[in-house]
Design a protein around this ligand. Structure first.
Ligand SMILES: [Mn+2]
Length: 437
């Protein structure tokens, strides 16, 4: 499996600095380690934006980029080598190996950062850091106070504070060739896992047992972790949008909705399929499923450079509302139902979200108050759904408790789009065929 080459991190740092004025200094921290209980830590997962610029997986690390007149400087502050700590907790890169491994100019131990940052910020025009990151806010503030105090010794304190996130988020939104390759691999693993789940699904299984089939396949194929908590929702549990208890038995005659995706080298995938536990859709299930599938196809058909996010939502809503009118779950005209959003009773979320290093990836959905145009290199999910309240006695019993969502991961291309998860069966016939095999 290919990984993103170290040189790409160098290119990202250069591309970032090109957008900043000479004299700018960027400070970005890694994710803080979290205590689980006692002296046991939560599994560590690097902060995506930090990893995007550094390729560094270790905690207690900070990256500083200096856009100096003499050219850019990249400096990593990381943990020192420590035999005893490494025996207990694992290998460390260390400052000697860091410059070559990460292709940065200099490396120092983390403990020297507060002192060195004061020196690095002396004479800088602006400090660029994440306004959302407590460690950076604190450290930058302390450094500025120190510099101010030293003004009579000729130190010059920067006067501009700039948020790094909008610049970095815009970069992360457009995926590079290597990122697309990485996400294609993540999607392939998740497709294989969903196929395995469809094949292994049996009446009477627990939802967590079906989840285990997915997770097994993720791990076997090299994924480090799930991209988010897996949803395996049998029957009307599918009507709970973020159901993650996964502790019920799968019943004969019910559907099961699986929303799960692996993470591969810090890149996410995010797939949903809904299929019959016993391998055969009932008539009412099939009818709802076909409406969602038609909405899914209508949304996909909109995707091309220049289309906007709301085009997908509008297309999916139109198809689902008409479908719900046709079967009597909504009354009145198409236009009136769209206008008063009565369909929100059955479809209460949006059509999708950006996908990248984070499952709900960074990047603005609007520009200048308007839905932004799609561009090649963007990756989005498309995930319409219909969820029929199991407790709503005004609805005919045959529909109650049916929950269907269909979600694929879509790369916007010059020509239109590429469905990165399109190898996973989605039609009723293809799903039933796979489950029978
Ligand atoms: Mn999603």
């Amino acid at each position: 499996m290919t990984k993103i080459a170290t040189i790409e991190y160098v290119q990202r740092r250069a591309a970032l600095l090109q957008q900043l004025p000479v004299g700018a200094v960027v400070v970005i921290h890694c994710a803080a380690a979290q205590i689980r209980n006692g002296d046991v830590e939560q599994d560590y997962r690097q902060n995506s934006s930090f990893y995007y610029l550094s390729g560094m997986v270790e905690p207690h690390t900070t990256l500083v980029l200096v856009n100096s007149v003499d050219g850019p400087r990249s400096i990593i502050f990381c943990r020192s080598k420590d035999k005893l700590q490494e025996i207990w907790h694992g290998r460390r890169l260390g400052v000697d190996a860091a410059p070559e491994a990460l292709m940065v100019d200099e490396a120092y131990v983390s403990e020297t950062l507060p002192q060195q940052l004061v020196e690095l910020l002396d004479g800088a025009t602006q400090v660029v850091y994440r306004f959302s990151q407590d460690e950076s806010i604190e450290l930058v503030q302390q450094s500025l106070v120190k510099l101010r105090r030293l003004s009579r010794q000729g130190k010059v304190c920067p006067t501009q504070l700039v948020d790094l996130d909008p610049v970095l988020d815009a970069m992360r939104l457009i995926k590079s060739v290597a990122e697309i390759e990485q996400m294609t691999q993540a999607c392939n693993i998740s497709v294989a896992a969903h196929k395995r789940a469809m094949r292994q699904c049996k009446v009477g299984m627990y939802e967590y047992q079906l989840a285990a089939e997915l997770h097994h396949q993720f791990s076997v194929q090299g994924s480090q972790r799930v991209a988010y908590g897996s949803i395996v929702a049998g029957g009307d549990n599918a009507c709970i949008l973020h159901y993650t208890n996964n502790d019920q038995r799968l019943q004969d005659g019910d559907l099961v909705l699986i929303d799960a995706g692996c993470e591969l080298d810090h890149y996410a995938s995010d797939i949903t399929r809904t299929f019959p536990v016993n391998g055969h859709f009932s008539e009412p299930q099939k009818i709802i499923y076909q409406i969602v599938l038609a909405a899914h196809e209508a949304a996909l058909a909109c995707i091309k450079p220049g289309a906007v996010y709301t085009d997908m939502q509008d297309a999916a809503v139109t198809v689902m509302v008409q479908g719900l009118i046709n079967i009597g779950l909504l009354s009145g005209t198409l236009e009136a139902n769209i206008e008063d959003q009565s369909y929100r009773q059955f479809y209460m979320h949006n059509i999708g979200h950006w996908l990248g290093m984070d499952v709900h990836d960074v990047g603005a959905y609007k520009a200048g108050g308007e839905s932004r145009p799609l561009l090649p290199g963007m990756i989005t999910t498309v995930e319409p759904g219909i969820y029929i309240d199991p407790e709503d006695m005004t609805i005919a019993s045959q529909w109650r408790g049916i929950g269907v969502r269909i979600e694929d991961n879509i790369l916007v291309t010059e020509a239109g789009y590429r469905n990165l998860t399109g190898d996973l069966p989605v039609s009723v016939a293809d799903i039933e065929r796979l489950m029978a095999s």
